[in-house]
Design a protein. Structure first.
Length: 244
């Protein structure tokens, strides 16, 4: 594997009971790239993300992250992960949440203060850190979860539906921040069902029924099927017969 390759997924299968949730998944992520997983609810995005982070293991296949076979605890420390459900302490303030997770990452004193200030500013929460999380709106909780995922300055950022419930103006600023992180060499995986977000990714994996039905740059995917919009492209690839 080349040093430029951050993630390599080869022939991954996953089932729960008799239900197949991932079927022959293959994907690669390179350094400084934003990879989007585009698909509807129940398509397998979250299951795949959990495999990539190391929270679960595939039934078959191989997942290499940062040159190590997953799961690997040392590699997991280099990943910033935001789950679809916010894992926040509701009875604490936003600052107390950030302070707690920063301590888990081993950040101390000046470094911890700098990272908290930067991460909160990135998602426009600096003026709301003294509020209890229980008083936060759904969108504010998502923003706080993003800032927590960024605290350890990760080499790899994996975000499951990060902008759900966030207004369009702030969503645009968050994607601008993703672009800045990418330019600094951070590799990012984002799951989404929002077509305009899919357009912002360098590489897109369209996923449906646990299968990658199309893969490539947004422009190439549209060009290949003569689609004017990403929605048209997704419907086109999703309508193809891809059963073996």
């Amino acid at each position: 594997m080349t040093t430029n390759l951050v993630i390599s997924v080869d022939s991954v299968y996953k089932s729960f009971g008799n239900q197949s949730t991932l079927h022959n998944i293959n994907m690669k992520l390179r350094r400084g790239e934003i990879y989007g997983l585009l698909g509807p609810s129940g398509s397998g995005k979250t299951t795949l993300v959990k495999e990539l982070v190391g929270l679960d293991t595939p039934d078959q296949g191989s997942i290499m992250v940062l040159d190590s076979q997953m799961p690997d605890l040392k590699v997991m420390e280099r990943i910033g992960y935001m789950a679809q459900a916010d894992a926040l302490y509701q009875e604490l303030t936003a600052m107390e949440n950030l302070d707690f997770f920063a301590a888990l990452y081993g950040l101390k004193r000046k470094k911890k203060k700098e990272r908290i200030e930067w991460a909160a500013s990135l998602v426009d929460l600096s003026d709301h850190l003294d509020k209890l999380v229980s008083n936060y709106s759904g969108g504010m909780k998502r923003r706080l979860s993003i800032s927590i995922a960024l605290l350890n300055n990760p080499d790899l950022l994996i975000l499951d539906e990060p902008t759900v419930g966030i207004d369009p103006v702030l969503r645009k600023s968050i994607w601008t921040a993703f672009q800045r992180l990418k330019e600094k060499g951070t590799s990012i995986i984002v799951t989404t069902h929002v077509m305009d977000e899919a357009e912002k990714c360098d590489t897109l994996g369209m996923i449906r029924n646990g299968k990658i039905i199309a893969h490539g740059s947004p422009a190439a995917l549209k060009e290949q099927c003569h689609a004017e919009t990403m929605e048209e492209a997704f419907l086109y690839y999703g309508g193809l017969s891809y059963e073996n």
